[in-house]
Structure formats: C-alpha cells, structure tokens
Design a protein around this ligand. Structure first.
Ligand code: NAP
Length: 249
C-alpha cells in the first residue's frame, strides 16, 4: 500500500537522500524545507524515478507554519503516517562565546521542530492505527566540543523519541532515532569552514578515526531510516541506532 511520508529539511543532504529512499520504497513523499523552491531538485529526482512527491515550504519551529503544511500534505498527498524529523542547523561556539540566540535557534529547530511536527502528524497516525516516526539525533549527543547547544538538542531528541514510543505504541506507531556520525553534507562543510580547514582535509582527518575507514554518506543514513520505517520494524521502538562506521563517535 502507498503511504505518505514527510521528511523535514529534505532540500539537501541527509533529508534529500532520505526522501528519495522512502520514495523508492514505495511511499508518496512530502519534501519539506524552509524554502519551497529549494525542494525542487529532490522532488524532480523522485518524480523522474517514477515516484510521487510534493514540495512544501515550512518552518518546523513555527506552530502555524507546521499546522498549515501538514494539512496541505494530507489534502494533496494523503494522510501522513511516516514522519522523519531531520531539519537541523548548527550554531557552534565554545560555551563562553555562545549567545542566547545560538542556543535558542538550535533548540528551536531540532527540538521544538520535532515536537511540533510530531504533534501535528500523530493525529493522522492514530487515526490510521499505524505510523512511523524517525528522529535525527547525532553522535554529538554524547558530547562534542563547541556544540553545547547542538549536543543538548540531539540528546533531547533521544528522550523525546523514547517518550513518543511509550505514548504512541498502542496506536501502532513506532518511534526511533538515528544518530549519525560524520556525514559528508553542507553541514560538515560549514564546520570545516569555521575551523579554517579545507573540506577535503577535514573529511580525511575524520575518516582516519572511523573504524570502517571512510566518512559517511547521506545514503548511509537513509538506509537506516528506511529500515525503521519498514513494515518489518513494527516491533522495534524507542531505540537509538548509531550509524557512525564504528561503535562510538
Ligand atoms: P544540511 O545539509 O544543513 O540540511 C539541513 C536542512 O534543514 C537544510 O535544507 C535546511 O534548510 C533545513 N532546515 C533548517 N532549518 C529549518 C527549519 N526551521 N524548517 C525547515 N527546514 C529547515 O544538514 P544535514 O547534514 O543533511 O543534516 C540533517 C540532519 O542530520 C540534521 O538534523 C543534523 O543535525 C543531523 N546530523 C548530521 C550529521 C552530519 O555529519 N552531517 C551528523 C549527525 C546528525 P536551509 O538550507 O534553508 O537552512
């Protein structure tokens, strides 16, 4: 059966790869990002491959924007029962230099965003008696220099996930988290820029520390998300899967 999935932050990076993967798995996919025009590339890739997709511009940190987006998706694509909370930003700084804005912005997109999206989508999942929520955490949840805000948000995603699993399980809804390690995207490119090193050197430096001997790709994360969204993963809930090329960050 065709289900409707929403992937937030799906204009690029891990979200784009996940949207394409969930479409290839047979789902209609809402490609949601801040700027609707930026979603075109992901949508075209899906439709060119024979899938169904809709570009949706929305700010996950804004309740009214989220409500509007989910209502539109239900109307135009079908009731959403799969939700991937992937939208994210970084505002890295050592604690003594971190501003309140740095803190609030990161917590707003990751945590408030996942909360608002999940609250809006659960209505459709409960009605259907089936659902999947996958939240993007990070190895930074274990602590990472310069990322007090981001680490707190990503650890928060794990507690949020486990609580959704407990509350929504009786309605056939599972909730799990994927915690990526180092993945080659614009986000890690921005980190290299901040540190003043070339992206190539930054990738090589990180890959040297990873047991499988390479950096991760967005498709590595999309494969894990796809598993949690699958029919067969219905008895797996409240879990955090580190996808980092080794056992730890
Ligand atoms: P990315 O390339 O920076 O993509 C993130 C996307 O989220 C962007 O398209 C961005 O839009 C969108 N976004 C930001 N704020 C939003 C908002 N308020 N509402 C809707 N969309 C918003 O990041 P990525 O590397 O693919 O990361 C995806 C997720 O994986 C994030 O949650 C990140 O924390 C997590 N993660 C990444 C890594 C890694 O190594 N890359 C590791 C661990 C976890 P704009 O371009 O318009 O800002």
């Amino acid at each position: 059966m065709t289900r409707t999935a929403i992937v937030t932050g799906a204009a690029r990076g891990i979200g784009a790869a996940t949207a394409k993967r969930l479409a290839a798995d047979g789902n209609a996919v809402a490609v949601l990002d801040l700027d609707e025009a930026q979603c075109a590339q992901t949508v075209t890739a899906i439709t060119d491959a024979g899938g169904r997709a809709l570009a949706v511009g929305a700010n996950v940190a804004d309740a009214a924007s989220v409500e509007r987006a989910v209502a539109r998706i239900a109307e135009e694509l079908g009731a959403p029962t799969i939700l991937v909370n992937n939208a994210g930003i970084i505002r890295d700084n050592l604690l003594f230099k971190m501003t309140e804005d740095d803190w609030d912005a990161v917590l707003a997109v990751h945590l408030r965003g996942a909360f608002l999206m999940s609250r809006a989508v659960q209505e459709h999942q409960v009605k259907a008696g089936w659902g999947r929520v996958v939240n993007l955490s990070s190895t930074s949840a274990l602590g990472n220099r310069g990322q007090a805000n981001y680490a707190a948000a990503k650890a928060g995603m794990q507690g949020f996930t486990k609580t959704l699993a407990i509350e929504l399980g009786r309605f056939g809804v599972t909730a799990n988290a994927v915690a990526p390690g180092f993945i080659v995207t614009d986000m890690t490119r921005a980190t290299a820029e901040r540190l003043g090193v070339s992206f190539e050197d930054f990738i090589a430096h990180n890959a040297a520390e990873i047991p499988v001997g390479r950096a991760g790709a967005p498709d590595d994360i999309a494969a894990a998300v796809s598993y949690f969204c699958s029919e067969g993963a219905g008895f797996v809930s409240g879990q955090v899967l580190y996808v980092a090329g080794g056992p730890r960050a």
